[in-house]
Every structure is written in C-alpha cells, then in structure tokens.
Design a protein around this ligand. Sequence first.
Ligand SMILES: Cc1cc2nc3c(=O)[nH]c(=O)nc-3n(C[C@H](O)[C@H](O)[C@H](O)COP(=O)(O)O)c2cc1C
Length: 327
Amino acid sequence: MSVTLGQRDLSMPVLLAPLAGITDLPFRSLVSGFGAGLVVSEMIASQEMVQGKWAVREKAELGIDAANTSVQLAGRDAHWMAEAARMVAGQGAAVIDINMGCPAKKVVGGYSGSALLRDLDHAQRLIEAVAGAVEVPVTLKTRLGWDADCLNAADLARRAEGAGVAMIVIHGRTRCQFYKGAADWDAIRAVTSAVSVPVIANGDIVDAASAREALRLSGAAGVMIGRGAQGRPWQLARIAAALGTGRAPDVPQGSALSDMVSGHYEAMLDFYGMSLGVRVARKHLGWYMDDAGTPAGLRREILTAADPGAVLARLPEAVGAARQVAA
Ligand SMILES: Cc1cc2nc3c(=O)[nH]c(=O)nc-3n(C[C@H](O)[C@H](O)[C@H](O)COP(=O)(O)O)c2cc1C
C-alpha cells in the first residue's frame, strides 16, 4: 500500500491532519520522529501571509521546508492563494494543501474553508490558480459537502483532479455537522469512485481497527489522523505498522515517556517563548496525563503552574510513573 504524490512516494499512507493550535512545528517534529507519511501545517491565511499581516514565523521555525511537511493554505481569493502558494513553494514547501473543509464561522463567513463547497465554480478557479502557480504537488482537503442535502465532494474532487490536484483528503462529515456525530467513511466511497488520484479518509480514525474499517468502507488509499494523535505522537507509526507499511515504533513508557514529554514541553517553550509556551503547552500536557491516568491533584498542579521548572520537576511523577499507555 503506498500513495504517490508528484514524484514523492508516501510509502506510509498514514498522514497527520492539520489541527490549528495543535500541529505546530514542535508537535509535527515529534510525530515525524516516530514516523508519518506526511505532516500538514496548521492552516495559513493566504492573503494575510502574503501581506505580512499574519505573524509569519521564520521559514525554519515554521518548518516549511521540512521534507515531509505539507503547508496548508486557506483563502477565498484566487490571486492571494496563488501568491501564497508561490511564496511557500519558494521557501521550499514540498507539498501545498488547499483548505476547503474548515467549518469555523470566522473562516466560512469569509467564504473560505468549507464555504467553498457552496460555490464549486469559484472553488475550481481557486484550485486552478494554486495548481497553476507552483511546480510542487497540490492537494485538497475538504468535507463530504455542505450539508446532508448537498453532498458534492465527488463533484469537487473531479474538478480538482481536472485542475491537477495530486491527492484529496475527505473528512467524512459535512460542514453543517461541524464535529458532531460520527464520520461517515462509507460516504467517502463516492469520492474514491469518482477520481483516480489517491483519496485519503479522515475523521474519527484513532487506532488500527478504525483505520482498517475506514479503508475498507471508503476504498481510500490512506488515512489521515488528527485528534487520535493528541497525547500519542507515536500513534500514526503504530497504525502504519499494523497496516503493514512501517516499522512498529518503540512506544515510550516510564522514564522514557516522561523524557519525551519533557522534551516536547521544552521544545514548545523554545518555539513560542516562555510565557506563551507555558500556556500553549497545557493542552498537550493534559492529553499526556489523560493517557497516563495522572491523579487529579497532581494534574491540576501541573496545569496551573506558571513556572516551567515546577512543571518539569513534576512530570516524571505525573506521566513517568503511569500505568502502561493504552493502545
Ligand atoms: C482543534 C482543531 C483544529 C483544526 N484545524 C484544522 C486546520 O487548520 N485545517 C484543516 O483542514 N482542518 C482542521 N481541522 C480538522 C482536522 O484536520 C480533521 O479533519 C478533523 O479533526 C477530523 O479528523 P480527526 O477525527 O482525526 O481529528 C481541525 C480540527 C480540530 C479539532
């Protein structure tokens, strides 16, 4: 099982989903270290980036040029999307992904993200502009449709394929579902049947069993994992190994786990700076402690501490002394 993306062979078709506020460079690096076919950056607003309004981090910090990173762009204007694509490709992006799935009102209100599912002609012009602007593979991430009465992902996928898109990721929900209900992997089959480029199934895939079931029902060529990797950066590699396309990772336990979590924490402090880093890191620490079964009092102490030294001192007890990490 493998997915070809332009000249790239994703021998491990298990991809990390873009999660704004979560899949930052420290987390993507951690997941890549265990093994992943591709990791996708947080969504970048195209016009704001090109105009310099978005706080563009230095290229190396954003990790745009990391070999297995896809950079996700969002926007509603073909000109700015194409400019942004040229810019990140010029900085070494290996793959560019177009976001047509984000349901957030702020994004949809601006007619970006999944709002484009309501105007496929416009969506197509955007895709053509991006694909025509760069040499690197361009991919598309979208949902099943706007709502249950407008399941038009297959139509969009056909247009995207015609415009030269190399891979399509489908989150098995509609925009109007947001994150409610269960992802409908079966419904993704309408897209896999409509195009010959690889289609990747996404939504609620958290382990080997759900990955196998999603692949079986959708006929997809691979899977994309988002929330299932929170607190479990090894999970993509684990799923890939179970699917027979990668080496099983050494899942850290005991002191190795607390060393890994401490390393992740320190990388976040470095990346964001101390005061923002302490706050942004809390959600990751919370997920690690969920899995570790950390006692409530200790958990609260760690999640409210303002001093990173105090957090680091308590992590061995909070996660290192944990019960075995669940699969
Ligand atoms: C907190 C959060 C942030 C997200 N940010 C993005 C984003 O920036 N771009 C995008 O295409 N999808 C984004 N998504 C959607 C995910 O990529 C994914 O499609 C969705 O979570 C379903 O997959 P999962 O069940 O494996 O998490 C986000 C989802 C969540 C929960």
